[in-house]
Design a protein around this ligand. Structure first.
Ligand code: AMP
Ligand code: MG
Length: 486
């Protein structure tokens, strides 16, 4: 592993230097060999050695472990100090392809940011994060990655005793909107500027030449959020805790907690047990992203202009543009899902009408779109129809849709191709995750997790032998709530 650590050169208020707390008996649950290769990790390293390093029992050469400071708005309320309470950044890896990635252990023991927490993680949430983050990546959604899951041989207490573990997470960086809020709340403009300049240098070097680099930073980060959230909307992903401390500055999906995929389409869908008012419901995500970007804009004001009124006016322009841009991006994604590349008014109407029928029919979000493509491919509408009760209403819509496709003179093959690429067959549904977590936690059985990972590594491809994994839950399998389980 080739470390090239830069964050630790920032002022000491940015982090705490601290080593991971060793665990009793580290064993590999799974190691992501492909990702390891990309990162330049020696493929000859023994399982024992991997377990030692990725549990935090041995700090690898070149690592300089730190826990990062950050703040954040949680469910709208500002918390001035959060920080890595159960995670430690081993450092930054410089890959053979000259990329830079953070390598972080999660569940690695207490830090000065732990507050009441034990710094540990049960293997349930670790498996959840591993499988969902890798599935997101396979679907082409920007996300942190999972390199390793280790069982610690220790138990952690969460209402009951559960087996503990450590997850190794890879990210472009761990800078969050909350990191900016941390220094903004302290009115420490020097540190804020250091952080903004570091962010620009590391992630967006082209902005150094911009006339107004900090406005450009706001614009760039907002655009990345728009791209990310529009992609979430396309696959029915609900993050569940879109707090500003869980909003990555580089637009990666980060901090998988009670996140979940929607089965039946309904914009009001909420799974997280702590989201009692539905602030982070599926359909609210675009609006919340805007709210989060307004928080980000607020932190940058002193850097944007010394004159606070001028700064507000400039930042406001970016935020005002957000809803329109977001709507265009979401519609762009949704139109592709019905095989239409352009998101003109007529296409948007078709999308909205299809969604309305799905809502009234409690149709499965993933399969309805997927089988819509299949209906075009094979001319067989049976699978699609099975998702709907109102067949006449569906037929009317199909007629309008096929007419639009014809009027645009589109090549059927291209349409089917586009639909196949935007409509996954396999998503990590709650009931499937619950089963693999149960097997792991109760029976120390990780084989089902590995099977699922394989299926989800090819989410857009038909896999007839694995069709059962594409199905929504049976009534007795429905999972209504998900938990942080931290
Ligand atoms: P998250 O749920 O990952 O967004 O975490 C929110 C905050 O709670 C972060 O500051 C975490 O570091 C902290 N936290 C969550 N679980 C624990 C834990 N078991 N021990 C210490 N801190 C924790
Ligand atoms: Mg978090």
């Amino acid at each position: 592993m080739l470390f090239d650590n830069s964050y630790q050169n920032l002022p000491q208020e940015f982090f705490e230097r601290i080593n991971p707390v060793p665990v009793k008996d580290p064993k590999i649950i799974i190691f992501n060999t492909d990702l390891g290769k990309t990162l330049g990790i020696d493929p000859k390293m023994s399982e024992k050695e991997l377990a030692k390093i990725f549990s935090g029992n041995e700090v690898p050469e070149g690592s300089s472990p730190i826990a990062l400071a950050y703040a954040g708005h949680q469910f709208g309320q500002f918390v001035h100090q959060l920080g890595d309470g159960r995670a430690i950044l081993l450092g930054e890896l410089s890959t053979p392809d000259q990329e830079r990635y953070d390598i972080q252990l999660k569940g690695s023991g207490q830090t000065k940011f732990s507050r009441q927490g034990d710094g540990r993680a049960p293997i349930g949430p670790i498996i959840r994060e591993y499988v969902i983050s890798e599935s997101m990546n396979a679907m082409g959604i920007p996300s942190t990655r999972s390199l390793a899951a280790i069982s610690s041989g220790e138990q952690v207490f969460r209402e009951t005793l559960l087996p503990g573990g450590v997850l190794t997470r890879i990210a472009k960086s761990h800078i969050r909107v909350g990191t900016f809020e941390y220094f903004a709340a302290q009115k420490n403009t020097d540190h804020l500027k250091t952080l903004a300049d570091y962010t620009i240098n590391r992630h967006f070097p082209a902005l150094k030449e911009a006339n107004d680099p900090y406005i450009s930073l706001l614009q760039t980060v907002s655009d990345l959020q728009i791209e990310l959230i529009s992609k979430w909307m396309g696959i029915g992903f609900i993050h569940g805790v879109m707090n500003t401390d869980n909003t990555s500055i580089v637009g990666e999906t980060i901090d998988y907690g009670p996140c979940a995929f929607m089965d039946e389409y309904n914009p009001g869908t909420v799974f997280s047990s702590i989201d009692t008012h539905g602030r982070y419901a599926f359909g609210n995500q675009p609006l919340i992203a805007q709210w989060n970007m307004a928080c980000f804009a607020n932190t940058l004001l002193p850097l944007i202009d010394e004159n606070s009124e001028k700064a507000v006016t400039k930042a406001q322009e970016v935020i005002n543009d957000f809803p329109k841009k977001m709507n265009e991006a979401v519609m762009g994604v949704m139109c592709k899902k019905i095989g239409l590349d352009s998101s003109e008014k007529n296409s948007q109407e078709l999308v909205k009408n299809f969604l309305n029928i799905m809502l009234d029919n409690k149709s499965d979000y993933t399969l309805s779109f997927r089988y819509l493509g299949e209906s075009l491919k094979s001319k067989n509408e049976d699978l699609l129809k099975a998702q709907f009760q109102e067949h006449d209403r569906l037929s009317d819509w199909l007629l309008k849709w096929t007419k639009t496709l014809k009027s645009k003179n589109l090549n059927k093959k291209d349409v089917v191709n586009m639909m196949d690429k935007t409509n996954p067959f396999f998503i990590p549904r709650n009931h499937l995750l619950e089963k693999i977590i149960d097997a792991a936690t109760k029976h120390n059985d990780f084989s089902q997790m590995k099977t699922l990972l394989k299926v989800f590594s090819n989410p857009y491809k038909e896999q007839p032998e694995n069709e059962a994994y594409s199905k929504p839950p049976k009534p007795n399998e429905i999972v209504k709530q998900t938990f942080c389980g931290t």
